[in-house]
Design a protein. Sequence first.
Length: 253
Amino acid sequence: MKTSELIQYLDAYLEINKIPDASQNGLQVEGKVEVKKLGVAVDACQDSIAAAVAAGVDLLLVHHGLFWDKPVRLVGSEFRRVQALIANGINLYTAHLPLDWHPQVGNNAVLARKLGFEPATGFGASGAADGRCIGCIAEAQTSIALAPFLKLLASVLHADVRADLFGTHQIKRIAIVTGGGAFLLPHVLCAGVDAYITGEPKHSYFHFTKENKLNVIYGGHYETETFGVLALAEHLQQKFQLPFEFFHFPTGL
Ligand SMILES: [Zn+2]
């Protein structure tokens, strides 16, 4: 399909401009005018770009792109990433918060459903004019004990999790903000949830968690953010018969 048509579809489906974001979301680097194969990755790092070149993809879709709020100089590793994309005609499309928030293919909603919870309301104000949130509060039909819940989470994430457990032993209502959501912990206090799942831990919140008797589970910034790009790629494969490859470069963080 035409790259311009795919970009137009993605911008509309993800409502790319509706959520304030430090990431420059949308098409970041222009490449071939025709897309026959997609690549998806969490990070627009050199490894993902090299894998995209080797796999012959025409558009690489990532969660963490190359361009954020501050301008970067195209020198060193920044230059090499852009050079490899341009030399191989690969389009780079980035969806950061729009792919956290999204009710169907967003990191938070997909992770919640994989755990058997249904997103009920938003969690974590984004600053969007319409009040949409970054993450979600999700509920299960029946409560699940903490130990099997942790086992389930580790198996869904394919990784060990760090669990700071000072709260209830029965889990029915959870808040999720994938990636770097530790800064939202003060808001978890008034959210009335049994556990909070985010990606990356922050030392300064350990005692806060303990003293406020919360359950906070850190599933890894990388691992919790693989769901959105994969769900989006599956959606595009179904809708436009575009084959895709997932380039997996975990950071352990
Ligand atoms: Zn992230």
